[in-house]
Write a protein that binds this ligand. Structure first.
Ligand SMILES: [Mg+2]
Length: 225
């Protein structure tokens, strides 16, 4: 084994640097939703908090979770009541599954040379979601904040993964789309970092990240160089 590669989930393994709120907004607009992103995003954040409190969330797989989030989101939007929840959930789900399937090729390849893990701010059901998406088999450790009780950027969520028994944890890489939650704390722990972000986004620190990519498909090239 050549080391450990840790991934963020949302916006990283399931999209090329695009957050759930941005992708849900696209699905909502495609279904006829009219609210601009700023107002939509406020409602989306509220639905996120409601999702965290949802009874039984820890037992929801990926599609069920997307459906639950849609159901929590629509009543919080001024035009949500008249929109087709199923169509919005389908749109988000289909687009996400397509990216995960594409990324599976990369995971399959990296899995032969590296231990792989996920470090994510999630709701306690990430392993179930990864199973349903068909990629859980590639990960030796999943640090889900909802399970561990620690949220990024707290370094202890990374340490939870780094200290997992049986892992080759040096050298270690962190790959993520959120500069403050993924890149900064991982770098502070001595990990090499790969920031998945559009070129228009500027890093805020000197010498960070170690590398940047705009599509996860480019990760193998970075790790090999
Ligand atoms: Mg993310």
């Amino acid at each position: 084994m050549r080391g450990l590669v840790l991934f963020d989930f949302g916006g990283t393994l399931d999209a090329d640097g695009s957050r759930w709120s941005v992708r849900f907004h696209a699905a909502y607009q495609a279904a006829g939703g009219k609210q601009a992103f700023a107002a939509f995003d406020r409602a989306f954040r509220e639905s996120d908090r409601a999702l965290e409190r949802l009874s039984g969330i820890e037992r929801l797989g990926f599609r069920a979770m997307v459906d639950a989030q849609t159901a929590l989101l629509l009543p919080r939007l001024t035009d949500g009541a008249g929109l087709p929840a199923r169509t919005i959930a389908d749109h988000f789900h289909t687009a996400t599954c397509a990216v995960v399937r594409r990324n599976e090729v990369l995971l399959q390849q990296l899995h032969q040379s590296y231990h792989l893990g996920v470090v994510s701010n999630f709701t306690g059901n990430l392993e179930l979601c990864l199973e349903e998406l068909g990629v859980m088999r590639y990960f030796a450790v999943v640090a889900d904040s909802g399970r561990v009780g620690i949220t990024k950027p707290d370094p202890r969520l990374f340490q939870h993964a780094l200290g997992w028994p049986g892992l080759v944890s040096t050298p270690a890489w962190m790959v993520g789309d959120n500069y403050d939650s993924d890149i900064r704390p991982a770098a502070a722990l001595g990990l090499s970092t790969v920031w998945l972000a559009p070129a228009s986004e500027k890093p805020r620190d000197k010498n960070l990240p170690t590398a940047r990519i705009s599509t996860l498909s480019d990760l193998a090239r970075v790790l090999d160089s």
